[in-house]
Design a protein around this ligand. Structure first.
Ligand code: 3BY
Ligand code: FES
Ligand code: FE
Length: 445
């Protein structure tokens, strides 16, 4: 399947550069001006969170161009298993083919364009269109189209393909004609951290979708800091150190005891990590490249094993070949739509897709060892409690943020030093808009 539609074909390059004296009459000018004049170290101007025109630009410059986390291999373990993911106007089928390869196709029939698979997940032998039953193999080849004209060539009507990259069991897709090629570098550097958790030998214990009533960037920004954790996440901070993002010399006095526990836990973690052949060192390249990312393994508080209230493992069957559950959290952040936590006993994946300017779907998936038995080795409520509560709390914080930035009184405020990863996210986002809108910093105002 070679056909690749250009998702960005309809995008118009903004032409604000050099127009600095012109009045900003139209919506394009307003957007170009806002992109060109973004003040670093501060939250974004309101229209980035509230304006439907700006939202369309986000789809075109970010979601139709970047690598997007779609699912993990545990969600489609058998040939014919699929998930669908709707990104803006696009819908994508991610399917395991008969040779166990992961494929991605546009969810659009080559006959008259009907959507092929309507469910968000399932299993098929072939992909059959519900309209006139054109039938495609999981590889995307048209294998049946009924009676056609003599010159009809089925080879010309394979499904439109979507770029797909599987990194240690994490499936990323890219809708662009030319996908950012730095994904290979990202893959080479993060796979050695993740591979020991053996995602190909996990299964889905639970999946939760929540629709957050907030712009997608507010949801991402909220994830990139822990400033709100101490007050906002009583369950998470049983194990997640609220000193996240602080430089050693900036840690407030009241967080010193937590920091001391962190230092002690880091010592044990490094012994266990070494023995288990695990990488811990931070790699942080969150902006300045098309596929911004960060990875690091850090200690957890309490028993140090997992995201439960006492920090003990939530699943008794450890992942991979681990000889101890005390392996902290391997945390991975990838721009623009995802974050992950890999633990000794389970993995939590998060994928976010915008549904509208002020609506965002957050999908959280808990993976456990494929041999772990529900009710014996793990209980879903116990395994999922901490991140379920954390997600609910974050959704509440994000809706407050959306309400506030929608007020005429909102003006961008300054990020604290320990919110530097929020700045990195926003800087990355503005870089993407400038790269794809033909805007240079400071040229449109
Ligand atoms: O998911 C994360 O990466 C964490 C959890 C709390 C804040 N954030 C940095
Ligand atoms: Fe799919 Fe006609 S639109 S078979
Ligand atoms: Fe949070």
């Amino acid at each position: 399947t070679t056909a690749e539609p250009d998702m960005n074909a309809g995008a118009t390059a903004a032409s604000a550069a050099g127009d600095s004296s012109a009045a900003f009459a139209g919506p394009t000018d307003r957007w170009a001006h806002a992109v060109a004049t973004r003040v670093s170290g501060h939250s974004l101007e309101a229209p980035f969170y509230t304006d439907p025109g700006f939202y369309q630009r986000d789809l075109e410059a970010v979601f139709y161009r970047s690598w997007i986390f779609a699912a993990s291999v545990a969600e489609i373990p058998e040939p014919g298993d699929y998930v669908t993911l709707d990104v803006g106007r696009a819908s994508v089928i991610i399917i395991r083919d008969d040779d166990e390869e992961i494929r991605a196709h546009h969810n659009v029939c080559r006959h008259r364009g009907a959507r092929l698979l309507m469910e968000s997940s399932g299993s098929v032998g072939n992909i059959v269109c519900g309209y006139h039953q054109w039938t495609y193999s999981p590889e995307g080849d048209l294998v049946h189209a009924g009676v056609q004209a003599p010159d009809f060539n089925p080879a010309c009507f394979s499904l439109m393909s979507v770029h797909v990259k599987v990194i240690a069991g994490l499936i990323f897709i890219c809708l662009a004609k030319d996908a950012p090629d730095d994904i290979d570098d990202v893959a080479a550097r993060i796979a050695p951290y993740i591979a020991p958790h053996a995602l190909e030998r996990t299964k889905v214990a639970f999946q939760e979708d929540i629709v957050e009533h907030a712009n997608w960037k507010l949801v991402m920004e909220n994830n990139r800091e822990c400033y709100h954790c101490e007050a906002g996440h009583p369950e998470l901070t049983c194990t997640f150190f609220p000193t996240y993002g602080y430089r050693e010399d900036e840690i407030p006095k009241r967080l010193r005891p937590a920091h001391d526990r962190y230092l002690a836990a880091e010592q044990l973690l490094s012994v266990n990590a070494d023995r288990n052949g695990l990488l811990t060192e931070a790699i942080e390249e969150l902006s300045g490249r098309p596929t911004g990312f960060r990875i690091q393994r850090e200690a957890l508080d309490g028993a140090g094993e997992s995201y439960t209230k006492d920090g003990r493992a939530g699943s008794r069957k450890l992942l991979g070949e681990f000889d101890t559950p005390v392996l902290g959290r391997l945390s991975l952040h990838v721009q623009p739509n995802t974050w992950f936590h890999f633990l000794g006993d389970h993995v939590v994946t998060f994928s976010l897709v915008p549904l509208g300017v002020d609506r965002t779907l957050l999908r959280t998936t808990w993976l456990v060892h494929e041999d772990a038995e529900e009710g014996v080795d793990y209980d879903v409520p116990h395994l999922t409690e901490v991140w379920h509560m954390t997600n609910e709390q974050d959704a509440e914080l994000c809706v407050r943020a959306q309400m506030g930035v929608s007020s005429p009184a909102y003006v961008p405020g300054p990020y604290a030093p320990h919110e530097y990863q929020v700045e990195d996210f926003v800087a990355w986002y503005i870089e993407r808009l400038r790269a794809h809108g033909g805007i240079e910093a400071g040229t449109a105002g």
